[in-house]
Design a protein around this ligand. Structure first.
Ligand SMILES: C[S@@+](CC[C@H](N)C(=O)[O-])C[C@H]1O[C@@H](n2cnc3c(N)ncnc32)[C@H](O)[C@@H]1O
Length: 217
């Protein structure tokens, strides 16, 4: 079972070669950030920003707050900030220290399969996103009713407690929130990687809350 202490230790070691390992996801990151249709002045939260691999896709006029648990990852992210308006903070994704409804848009890349309690992390992301705001989640999920094949189960037992899990069901995580599923995009890579576009309901009169985990489009 992953713990924040174990994850911080593991990602301190990973930080040195992390970027080269996740290079294969560059196109998927671009696509994911593109779904948010970022506009000048949008306030954007990146949860578990790691080494800042998403920063190159963020327009320079967006107001970004990027949080992560691991100082070693944040130091590498700091080196990528450049001229962008990006504030970096050490913070637990499951306990975000922001008021409700702070951000227009929220990015969750490779974090829901990592944190000990992904439902709690997504609830926190929902809480700090403004009503009507968009969120993207890109990660490894096992959404099939059958258990993962043996090699994946083995990988999970080795990696799950330290780096990332490969057996989490996105729809079970989503069901812990009121977020609406707008788009689900399979990214390939053995059917393991998915990209989800989510929206926080407005809560306006006449706009009934969407059923949990429902597809809006
Ligand atoms: C797989 S990396 C993903 C980094 C980045 N989002 C990306 O797409 O490359 C997972 C990151 O989550 C961070 N992390 C792990 N547990 C966390 C927690 N409880 N709160 C915030 N960040 C956490 C790690 O330090 C690491 O940087």
């Amino acid at each position: 079972m992953a713990t924040n202490t174990g994850l911080r230790r593991a990602y301190t070691l990973w930080a040195v070669f992390y970027d080269s390992v996740v290079m294969f996801l560059r196109g998927s990151r671009r696509r994911s950030v593109g779904l948010l249709d970022l506009r000048a002045g949008d306030s954007v939260l990146i949860v578990g920003c790691g080494t800042g691999a998403d920063f190159e896709f963020i327009p320079p006029d967006a107001e970004v707050t990027a949080v992560d648990l691991t100082p070693a990852m944040l130091r590498r992210a700091a080196a990528k900030v450049g001229a962008r308006r990006i504030r970096l903070l050490e913070m637990d994704a499951m306990d975000l220290r922001f008021p409700d409804k702070t951000f227009d848009k929220t990015i969750l890349h490779l974090i829901l399969a990592v944190v000990p309690d992904p439902g709690r992390a997504l609830q926190e992301a929902e809480r700090v996103t403004k009503p009507g705001g968009l969120l993207v989640a890109l990660d490894k999920f096992w959404n099939r009713p059958t258990p993962p094949p043996f090699p994946l189960r083995m990988a999970n037992s080795v990696l799950g407690g330290y780096v990332t899990s490969v057996d989490r069901n996105f729809h079970a995580i989503l069901a812990k929130t009121s977020l609406t599923l707008v788009r689900d995009i399979p990214l390939g890579f053995g059917g393991l990687y998915w990209l989800y576009l989510l929206r926080k309901p407005t809560g306006l009169p006449g706009a009934p809350a969407a059923p949990r985990g429902s597809r809006a489009a």
